[in-house]
Design a protein around this ligand. Structure first.
Ligand SMILES: Cc1cc2nc3c(=O)[nH]c(=O)nc-3n(C[C@H](O)[C@H](O)[C@H](O)COP(=O)(O)OP(=O)(O)OC[C@H]3O[C@@H](n4cnc5c(N)ncnc54)[C@H](O)[C@@H]3O)c2cc1C
Length: 595
């Protein structure tokens, strides 16, 4: 139960809207609340905004947008629906999914026209499944890069990216920057890009604690923070939600912790939970996640399931009828010399590149290594039912590490000693020796590599179809032929890293309606209580349609929730770009300060 309101309660603060948690979901809800005229407080447990969002790629999957249409990669509702139906079957008929598809484009326009949040649609960023209706580009949009210097002192309030993804003392590197940095003399374009990045970083090292050229999730969070500051939305740091306060079945406020003790905040119109889902909550992980997946989360340490627990105490139900309680990522793990545990997500930089195989304890391949991270782990868990597959091993030769890197080891790393000494990287001069080190049958491993090599020569993976899909090829090496995802694994020494299932987001969460209102297990809305982002159950029901299918819904439902609380939802058009472009252009636009 939540705390009951009693007649003697003294409110320390009063507001219209209280938003709990400052990731993509909470920051969007607070920003929209402020813009829609609500007195809004955004409370954050840590001393930084950003949560998992700040360490993510910051992609949003919002089909049918004006931005994609303008960039020459239009999409149609029919195609999206075909794709989702092929993936989700009957579940594709959910009303929240309809609301998402109908509102998404308006949310992008609203944010771009009224705030400093901006997106760029890359022409190619494929959906994750080669199913009917899948798109090669146009659905996923990336956050536009942002200059952190514009935030002034608040730059320090943006949660930094994962340190394993930073180079040269704090420079962010995007997928598109890598070829220029690795091969600056291959073309004039590469040279100028590399020179620009390195000069900027040289200046940043003198003046800032880390690089100020923000990209991906860090850019999205910085843009949201910049906009919140522009509209003077109050952010209270180090103010964790302790408990919700209820009065006659309605949530009317919350108790927040502060450095001076707990305070009671009255929220006249609503409380939005956006604390980032299950995160590191041992209790929720044990209750909701399957065996073998509970050990590692990619959430920041401050995500401990608080929103879901508070929602449950207020009688909210958890959606359990979903395909996966989380979205999975194969991660390798290294104990750093300073005691920190690096959990490295193998997103796109190595698995799909040519010259690597993933094997389980039988020494055999079990998966198309180049498929999406979520699919990789799903297959790993299925394989575990018959052959121990947790952990599995990514196996390659020395030239692979030189060209593409392996997990925490960056390409071109000459000295591998510290990785080998720590036990992160396992090596063997021969395949048999490596097999021995990772406790798999050396003969089986040798057969696996020989078979893979035969497929690499002809460019066809007869076992798993590696390199066949758009997604595989997108993440492979375009300069490698005949198959961008396969090349012969050469002579020793050989190397391996262990990969474990980890979660990049939870998809089990509080059951909500199409405006983010939390529902009881009997599907009744709880007045005054909303949940968005990972605190709400996934509209894709634990499947992973494409890049950006967590932050997209997080922002769209945050927008819908804030609008619902402000009572302004029906002022905004719904539909795809084509359907709404007319009404949008008629709609009064208030431009935010340029950024
Ligand atoms: C490496 C990586 C890459 C990813 N890339 C993408 C991508 O490109 N696109 C995509 O869609 N998804 C991506 N994801 C998943 C995505 O990042 C998350 O699903 C999403 O950011 C969650 O947003 P959120 O707002 O719900 O939570 P978060 O961003 O995690 O924010 C939650 C916030 O709540 C705060 N908080 C926690 N408890 C309390 C409390 N009691 N009181 C107050 N505040 C509290 C936390 O400190 C945190 O700041 C990626 C994930 C990872 C790990």
């Amino acid at each position: 139960m939540s705390q009951q309101l009693d007649n003697h309660r003294r409110w320390d603060l009063e507001t219209d809207l209280l938003v709990v948690g400052a990731g993509a979901a909470g920051m969007t809800a607070a920003l929209v609340g402020g813009l829609e005229g609500l007195k809004t407080i955004l409370c954050e447990k840590s001393d930084m905004v950003g949560g998992t969002t700040a360490t993510s790629a910051g992609t949003v999957w919002i089909p049918g947008s004006r931005q994609s249409s303008a960039a020459g990669v239009p999409d149609t509702v029919e195609q999206v629906r075909t794709y989702l139906a092929a993936m989700l079957g009957q579940d594709a008929n959910e009303e929240r999914l309809d609301a998402y598809l109908a509102t998404g484009p308006s949310v992008l326009d609203y944010l771009e026209q009224r705030t400093s949040v901006a997106f760029i649609p890359p022409p190619v960023h494929p959906d994750y499944h080669a199913l009917p209706g899948a798109a090669v580009g146009g659905r996923a949009l990336g956050a536009a890069p942002f200059d952190g210097r514009k935030l002034g002192r608040d730059f320090a309030r943006v949660r930094p990216p994962r340190r394993d993804f930073l180079v040269l003392g704090g420079m962010m590197v995007g997928k598109n920057d890598i070829p220029s940095l690795l091969h600056p003399f291959r073309s004039w374009g590469n040279f100028t890009t590399a020179a620009r990045l390195l000069m900027r970083q040289a200046f940043d090292r003198i003046n800032h604690r880390r690089g100020t050229r923000l990209i991906m999730g860090n850019a999205l969070v910085a843009r949201l923070l910049y906009s919140l500051n522009q509209f003077a939305v109050e952010i209270r740091y180090r103010s964790p939600l302790r408990e919700l306060i209820e009065d006659g079945g309605r949530i009317v406020g919350a108790v927040l912790g502060t450095t001076d003790g707990d305070i009671s905040v009255r929220a006249r119109k609503g409380v939005v939970l956006a604390t980032g889902g299950v995160g590191w909550s041992g209790e929720l992980r044990d209750r909701l996640f399957p065996e073998g997946t509970r050990r590692y989360s990619l959430s920041p340490e401050s995500n401990t399931g608080d929103g879901i627990v508070a929602g449950e105490r207020a009688q909210g139900g958890i959606e359990q009828d979903i395909r996966n309680p989380a979205l999975w990522m194969p991660s390798s793990v290294m104990q750093q010399p300073d005691g920190q545990l690096s959990v490295f997500p193998h997103i796109v930089l190595d698995r799909a590149k040519p010259g690597l195989v993933a094997v389980n304890s039988s020494g055999r391949r079990f998966v198309n290594e180049a498929d999406s991270y979520h699919d990789f782990v799903e297959v790993m868990l299925r394989s575990q039912a018959t052959v121990p597959s947790v952990p599995s091993y990514l196996v390659c030769d020395r030239s692979f590490i030189r060209d593409y890197g392996l997990g925490l080891i960056h390409p071109r790393t000459r000295d591998l000693t510290r990785f080998i000494r720590s036990g992160y990287l396992i090596s063997g001069d021969t395949v048999a020796e490596l097999g021995n080190e990772i406790h798999v049958d050396g003969n089986a491993l040798a057969e696996t590599i020989e078979r893979y090599n035969r497929f690499a020569v002809i460019g066809i993976d007869e076992d798993f179809g590696r390199g066949r899909s758009e997604l595989n090829r997108f993440n492979g090496d375009p300069l490698n032929s005949p198959n961008p995802c396969m090349r012969v694994i050469g002579p020793g020494p050989y190397f391996a890293v262990a990969v474990w299932p980890s979660d990049l987001a939870s998809s089990a969460g509080l059951r909500t309606d199409l405006n983010g209102r939390v529902l009881t297990s009997g599907r009744q809305p709880i007045p005054g209580l909303y949940a968005v982002g990972n605190d709400a159950s996934s509209i894709f029901r634990g499947t992973y349609p494409g890049p950006g299918t967590m932050i997209g819904p997080a922002m769209v439902f945050a927008w819908r929730a804030a609008m619902d609380i402000a009572g302004t939802l029906d002022r905004y058009p719904s539909g795809t770009y084509n359907e709404i472009s007319e009404s949008v252009s008629r709609h009064a636009r208030i431009k935010g300060p340029p950024c």
